[in-house]
Write a protein that binds this ligand. Structure first.
Ligand code: ADP
Length: 443
């Protein structure tokens, strides 16, 4: 059965089950029919004997039978015996044991030569002393006969029954599994064309196939995102690393070709060092962002007082131009990611500001807010939406040479990974305020 389709396998099982059930039904019918036939015969015997009992009387010592007394009626044989058990009227079947004792009113089954017989005797009294016995005999159908006719019926019926059940099962399954075939065809088509943006149409009914379709669509969406992120990483890395690599190569070629003075050599080495640092920073930022986007970065989310964390970070800067307005505020964060975000915002404020930076932590409504404000060059309204994009830098002349253009893109992704979002309030020439909003936690 290994290479069989589900349809064929279920059909076969249905066929076997039908055979088994039919045989069980046959056995049940056999035992039931025998019992029912015996009960029907006995009831009939009793009814015939009792209804004929008042048709027997005596007149001047002679037995008198009414006109409608019937010796053979509904498979019941009636016999009349004297008090001394001598046969007066009726014909005893040859196979019946003539010496069967008389038992008044007792309905019973006795064995005769050609099968079981039901017997009922009734004593019909004429006066104190005289009376006759009325005996009723009813032949029971032979067990073998019943079995034979049922088996005959089964021999013709069961194969027909199995055939019908098999066909029925096959057509029902074919109809029921049609959506599965459609899903398989569509998935193969998507696989063949390599088009991960394609999606399966959602079925109208909310059944198992709808769930399967949803799972496939979810899988395609994840695949599409993963491929997109990977492509973005490769594009970004190859594009952004090209400049520092060519600067390093150029510096090396100059150093090889010309006899540089010690001063020039030091400058060349400084260029190489700066560009190498830039490359290392770029690669680490790109990897970090790719992990955040993939969701593979393991976050250790803990409820923390963020004001304490910020205070410790500012101690490392140890700059008098950083002004801190703390307030105890709790939020669920991953400490490393939060510090990375804070550091990026503070570095930018120092880079693009005029020196003074105000950092505050406070709660507003249901949010915990971490804010970094500077009085620097500010960002034009039309640029404000774009600064969150990778490698977007407002104006190369303004932007720091060491910057990668990835800082704010990473800040945005970290904010989302922590379950929050970023806002920016900025005016050109006046300064900018970057704020991280997180769901507030009770201490
Ligand atoms: P970069 O490495 O260039 O700093 P970022 O992603 O951190 O990259 O920032 C993107 C651009 O946004 C910067 O190049 C800069 O022009 C602008 N920017 C960021 N922070 C500030 C700020 N505090 N004030 C003014 N401009 C800013």
């Amino acid at each position: 059965m290994k290479g069989w389709t589900v349809k064929s396998r279920i059909t076969l099982w249905m066929g076997l089950m039908t055979v088994l059930l039919s045989l069980l039904l046959l056995l049940f019918l056999l035992s039931l029919s025998e019992r029912i036939m015996r009960q029907t015969s006995m009831a009939q015997l009793e009814q015939v004997v009792r209804s004929n009992a008042d048709k027997v009387s005596q007149k001047q010592g002679k037995l008198v039978l009414k006109e409608d007394f019937n010796f053979y009626h509904s498979n019941v044989n009636l016999l009349i015996y004297s008090k001394k058990e001598a046969l007066l009227a009726g014909q005893v079947p040859v196979s019946f044991n003539r010496s069967e004792p008389f038992l008044n009113g007792v309905l019973r089954q006795v064995e005769a030569q050609d099968g079981p017989v039901c017997v009922l005797d009734l004593w019909i009294p004429f006066d104190w002393e005289e009376g006759v016995w009325l005996r009723g005999l009813s032949q029971l159908p032979l067990k073998a006969q019943t079995t034979k006719s049922l088996l005959l019926f089964a021999a013709a019926g069961i194969p027909l029954f199995v055939l019908l059940a098999g066909f029925g099962a096959y057509f029902i399954l074919r109809r029921a599994l049609r959506p599965l075939s459609a899903i398989t065809e569509m998935v193969s088509a998507i696989n063949d064309t390599d088009d991960l943006t394609a999606r399966l149409p959602e079925p109208r009914h909310k059944d198992e196939f709808a769930l399967l379709t949803q799972s496939f669509n979810g899988m395609f969406a994840r695949l599409e995102k993963a491929v997109e992120i990977e492509k973005q990483f490769t594009d970004d890395a190859s594009h952004e690393l090209r400049t520092p690599v060519s600067i390093i190569k150029g510096a090396c070629e100059v150093a090889e070709k010309f006899d540089e003075t010690p001063q020039e050599r030091r400058e060349t080495l400084e260029i190489i060092h700066r560009q190498a640092d830039k490359m290392a920073n770029l690669i680490s930022c790109l990897l970090q962002m790719t992990r955040l986007e993939h969701g593979t970065e393991k976050l250790q989310m803990e409820k923390q007082d963020i004001s304490g964390l910020v205070a410790r970070l500012l101690e490392e800067y140890d700059l008098p131009s950083l002004h801190y307005i703390p307030s105890s505020v709790f939020a669920r964060i991953d400490q490393t990611q939060f510090l990375r975000l804070a550091q990026n915002l503070i570095d930018n404020a120092l880079r693009y500001g005029k020196g003074e930076v105000w950092i505050s932590v406070y709660e507003k409504g249901k949010e915990a807010i971490f804010e970094v404000k500077d009085n620097g060059i500010g960002i034009a309204p039309m640029e404000q939406a774009r600064i969150w994009d990778r490698f977007y830098r407002v104006d190369a002349s303004h932007s720091d040479e060491q910057g990668t253009g990835l800082g704010l893109a990473m800040v945005k992704r970290i904010a989302e990974a922590l379950g929050g979002y970023m806002t920016l309030d900025s005016r050109e020439g006046r300064g900018s305020t970057f704020a991280l909003h997180l769901p507030l936690q009770r201490p």
